[in-house]
Design a protein around this ligand. Structure first.
Ligand code: ADP
Ligand code: MG
Length: 352
């Protein structure tokens, strides 16, 4: 009866887009106490979009380099009139250094395209960010590259480029030492970000990811990106909690951003600011309290997926995540996480 129940369970899963790779996983899943979920690409769509750019006045390049970059682009504030108007009501009060240059989010897509011209100072900043981010394949980088490209950013020479896992990027752009990444990376690089703190905290409280950019040891600006929760994330998490399972969001993103997303989707706990190599350790820790399932999509998640008692990969995720997992959600639908556990529970009832 045991092999039959497993076969039936596996078949029923497959018919519903839940690919169970091993008999063991199908049996273990029934006892899951904690489900750990990666944030980016698992709970959220994993398709960040730039929604705001704050630029420090006069920090990004000498006047000459800004002018040099500006070729053909209106250098007056009128270049992005619509965006500035839309955002002026909530212009930054906290620091005179920062001007907001675009809130694509509050403009319709068509309007956002019309306001794709920016002033010289912003273009200098975007060109710098563009040059660095072009070298990275991170989804955040791809979003920044697309945004900057649409606004006429130009690539500058990058030397000594380096990726810092869980932090960001470093490189010398057109002869200037640049750093791009999160607050922790800025701290490590002794960059003072206090001037942007008010704006950055507001953005993080809205669930946005803030990437800081420093040039020659000083903060030059920041770019905020929004990555919306998937439509069914909240329903999946509610169902897990109804089944008596604790849910934990695990992310490399910062605490404030993670908590804002938590509020919207409803996980029981949040573990934020975790370095890529730290995710596996978190799983090991949680295993002391019972059976743990990990749900993830990224290269970063692979060791944690392998470590967990049940690794569950998002079908649309990376090959490494799929290879490391015991169960693959072919429809990339998070409600299939509670469905997989229910399937396991039903299968175990059949065995007895
Ligand atoms: P996650 O995808 O779970 O957020 P990562 O380890 O990939 O975890 O990234 C953690 C943080 O490192 C990001 O939230 C971001 O702040 C920073 N970071 C990563 N890659 C880049 C990049 N290309 N440019 C700027 N910052 C980056
Ligand atoms: Mg992810």
């Amino acid at each position: 009866a045991t092999p039959t129940a497993i076969m039936v369970g596996t078949g029923r899963g497959a018919a519903n887009g839940i690919l169970v790779k091993s008999a063991e996983a199908l049996q273990t899943a029934h006892g899951v106490k904690t489900v750990v979920l990666d944030k980016t690409g698992t709970i959220t769509k994993g398709a960040p979009e730039v929604c705001e750019v704050l630029v420090a006045e006069g920090r990004c390049g000498s006047a000459s380099s800004a002018t040099g970059c500006a070729g053909g682009v209106p250098s007056s504030a009128d270049g992005f009139g619509g965006a500035r108007k839309a955002s002026s009501a909530r212009a930054e009060q906290s620091s005179g250094l920062f001007v907001r240059v675009g809130t694509a989010e509050r403009l319709g897509a068509a309007e956002a395209i019309q306001t794709s011209q920016v002033d010289a100072q912003t273009l200098a900043f975007l060109s710098l960010a563009y040059s660095l981010e072009k070298r990275s394949e991170h989804p955040l980088a791809q979003a920044i590259v697309a945004y900057a490209e649409a606004r006429g950013a130009m690539a500058q020479e990058v030397e000594h480029f380096e990726q810092i896992p869980g932090g960001g990027l470093r490189g010398v752009v057109a002869g200037r030492a640049c750093l791009a990444g999160n607050a922790r990376l800025m701290e490590e690089g002794c960059i003072d970000i206090a001037g942007a703190e008010g704006g950055a905290q507001r953005l993080a409280d809205e669930g946005k990811t803030v990437i800081y950019f420093a040039v020659d040891g000083e903060l030059a600006g920041l770019i905020a990106l929004a990555d919306e929760p998937k439509p069914r994330s909240a329903a999946a998490l509610a169902e897990l909690s109804r089944m008596g399972i604790r849910t934990v969001m695990l992310t490399g993103d910062n605490e404030r951003t993670a908590h804002a997303i938590q509020k919207r989707v409803g996980t029981d706990d949040v573990i934020a600011g975790v370095l890529p190599q730290g995710k596996e350790e978190v799983i090991r820790d949680l295993q002391k309290q019972g059976t743990v399932a990990m749900v993830g999509d990224g290269v970063n998640d692979a060791p944690a997926l392998a470590r967990a008692d049940v690794g569950i990969a998002i079908g649309a995720g990376t090959d490494i995540a799929i290879d490391s997992a015991d169960i693959v959600l072919m429809k990339s639908d998070l409600t299939d996480v509670p469905a997989a556990i229910s399937l396991s529970r039903a299968t175990m009832r059949n065995i007895k």
